[in-house]
Ligand binder design. Structure first.
Ligand code: G3P
Length: 215
């Protein structure tokens, strides 16, 4: 499973990338707004740090507007993947962008039927939002499982990108199901590393190391 970082914060992205575990980056308008910086400046910085797919979302909701934004974003860097919302106009844009060779990440996917249509339209990635479904007492991971099966059944090349991941158990479940990608907040990447037995074991080794006589 590929691991993307779900962040627009360049320090978070640098930190995770330096660990050698980041295959790509996903952003959304809410994450970019948190940085307080212009969208394209943020993207330029991210493209310098990570050499992998970098999702950048359009904010238009009509076909023409999405196409204008998408083409302009795609021109910025070879690694930009255009994030398109899962609405009817979005599917039309995905079809044209795919035909033009521009990669897409279809976002805000909450059902297997939405995900099936996005794949039919040619999406490179489809992002089911796990945590937001769990938030309303649904089972977000079920959609990841359904999409992986549906795409396998018909040999659809679209990749399932598990998004809105909130904790390490989501990561384990997504990888057992066979999601192609999981995009993780910086905090979750660090939670995956941490283990209390590693910390106490290291503490003991360091304490014992001090007892070793010097030569
Ligand atoms: O980038 C999209 C997604 O990961 C958002 O997550 O936590 O805002 O539901 P969240």
């Amino acid at each position: 499973m590929q691991i993307f970082i779900d962040s627009a914060d360049i320090e978070e992205i640098r930190d995770a990338a330096a660990m050698g575990v980041v295959d790509g980056v996903t952003t959304n308008p809410s994450l970019v707004a948190k940085t307080g910086r212009p969208f394209k400046d943020v993207l330029v910085d991210i493209c310098e740090v990570v050499d992998g797919p970098i999702s950048a979302e359009v904010i238009a909701t009509d076909y023409d507007g999405m196409m204008t934004e998408a083409r302009s974003l795609a021109k910025m860097h070879k690694n930009i993947v255009v994030k398109i919302p899962l609405i009817a106009e979005g599917l039309k844009a995905v079809r044209t962008l795919t035909d033009e060779g521009i990669r897409t990440n279809v976002t805000l996917c909450f059902s297997p039927t939405q995900g099936l249509l996005a794949a039919k339209a040619g999406a490179t990635y489809v992002s089911p939002f796990i945590g937001r479904i769990d938030d309303i007492s649904g089972n977000g991971m079920e959609i990841v499982e359904q999409l992986v099966t549906i795409y396998q059944n018909y040999g659809l090349p679209t990749q399932v990108l598990a998004a809105s991941i909130r904790h390490p158990v989501h990561v384990v479940q997504a990888s057992l199901i066979g999601a192609h990608v999981a995009t993780l907040p910086h905090k979750v990447i660090h939670q995956l590393v941490k283990h209390p037995l590693t910390d106490s074991g290291l503490e003991r080794f360091l304490a014992d190391a001090k007892k070793i006589p010097s030569s």
